[in-house]
Design a protein around this ligand. Structure first.
Ligand SMILES: C[S@@+](CC[C@H](N)C(=O)[O-])C[C@H]1O[C@@H](n2cnc3c(N)ncnc32)[C@H](O)[C@@H]1O
Length: 397
């Protein structure tokens, strides 16, 4: 039996429980949700599987050392005591990142340099040379976490953050991160058995994530990981995991997933992204539908289903659209008119959304879109007497 190691998977705050479920599903043990991530235990290949299969984690870290510290000196001693030479060679480039909460140390920048020096000195002593630092594209990343009394050192197993699935065209826009999109689908309780609609689909993140889930495509199949560069890398175990994941793909699975957006240009981007994500067959036979449409005039793709979406908020809008509060009021009218029986889940930073839509939410979850605190509102759509805005109640039959 390989030894049991300790790991920590980071995720957007609010999605810890969903991530814990994913980790348990790949065989993780001692799964414990904390704020901003989930601790777990297992063999290294369990952590490879977490990197390959987790849709919600942003990164998986391998805990290398943990001890009490008081000052920079004890931090140096802790980092210098780790057998870094067993993990990587001085020919590989390094980056050290540090996070702290309630640390007594005066300068976290100095603490970061202290750990970096300890690692570099250790490698020079044991392997005869020092690694160079590369902040942009390091081969190896060490994460340090300090609380009031304990220092924990981690090796990063992911490399590029896991929401980078390896298919997106970089358009310099601000789409949802793939792991937040997957988290929305999980929080909404979406399964491929339910028709799905995103009427503000932008570059298609939510619907592409959904179709990949339906097709059982592991999110990490199209990318590389930092663990492949570590000396502990078990290439045979990794090959076996990838082969299993490839064999599990079911490109004929039944589903109905629709995305639309008022901008024809972003719908084109969404189509290209779907192709790059390996979903051409889904586009071709209409299980994944992408079309330009104004959300104020959309038609339901099925009698009942789930809307999961993040509309523009604040000042953000589209030239062909209306100011956001007015537009969301009109979208609500449209839903009451044609989407009775549907459930709509809407992510927004705007707490006034239920008022704008004149709908009462049946659930509200706090989620973070990067640093931005958002609400994920659930609305049950019931048929409402459709009343064009501006008409008085007395005028309605
Ligand atoms: C916050 S973005 C959605 C981003 C998307 N989730 C992604 O990951 O790319 C909001 C989108 O709403 C679209 N939009 C604005 N007004 C609209 C309307 N009336 N109907 C449909 N789409 C609209 C914009 O073109 C924009 O792509």
């Amino acid at each position: 039996m390989s030894p049991t190691e300790s790991f920590f998977a980071i995720c957007p705050r609010g999605l810890e429980a969903a991530l814990a479920g994913e980790l348990a599903a790949v065989g993780a043990a001692a799964v414990r949700a904390e704020s901003g991530g989930v601790a777990f235990a297992g063999e290294l290949r369990t952590a490879y599987a977490a990197n390959l299969h987790s849709r919600i984690a942003s990164r998986v870290l391998w805990q290398i050392a943990q001890a009490a510290y008081r000052d920079e000196k004890s931090l140096y001693a802790l980092a210098a005591d780790v057998s870094w030479e067993r993990h990587f060679s001085p020919r590989q480039t390094l980056r050290v990142d540090l996070n702290a909460s309630r640390s007594p140390l005066a300068s976290l920048e100095f603490a970061t340099l202290t750990v970096k020096d300890a690692i570099v000195d250790r490698l020079r002593a044991k392997a005869g040379a020092r690694p160079s630092i590369d902040r942009a594209r390091p081969d190896v990343r060490v994460f340090v976490y300090l609380d009031a009394t304990t220092a924990t050192l981690y090796l990063d197993l992911s490399g590029e953050p896991l929401f980078k699935r390896g298919w997106r065209e970089d358009k310099g826009e601000a789409p949802l991160k793939e792991n937040l999109a997957a988290g929305l689908l999980a929080a909404a309780g979406w399964t491929p058995a339910l028709p799905l609609l995103d009427p503000f689909c932008g570059s298609g993140t939510i619907v592409i994530e959904a179709a990949s889930i339906a097709a059982r495509r592991a999110p990490g199949l199209q990318r590389r990981f930092a663990f492949e560069k570590l000396q502990s890398f078990d290439a045979a175990a990794w090959r076996a995991l990838r082969e299993q994941a490839r064999a599990a793909i079911d490109d004929r699975a039944a589903a109905l997933i629709a995305g639309s957006d008022i901008s024809t240009r972003v719908v084109e981007t969404a189509r290209r992204n779907a192709g790059l994500a390996g979903l051409d067959a889904w586009l071709a036979d209409g299980r994944l539908r992408l079309a330009a449409a104004d959300a104020r005039r959309i038609e339901p793709p099925a009698p009942v289903g789930l809307i999961v979406t993040n509309p523009p908020y604040g000042e953000q809008s589209h030239p062909k659209s209306a100011p956001v509060p007015k537009m969301m009021g009109e979208v609500a009218d449209r839903l009451k008119q044609s989407f009775a029986g549907w459930t709509a889940w809407i992510l927004t930073a705007d707490r006034g959304l239920p008022r704008q839509m004149r709908l009462q939410e049946t659930r509200k979850t706090v989620l973070f879109n990067g640093p931005l605190e958002c609400r994920f509102f659930r609305f049950e759509v019931v048929a409402g007497a459709y009343r064009p805005r501006g008409h008085s109640a007395a005028a309605t039959p």
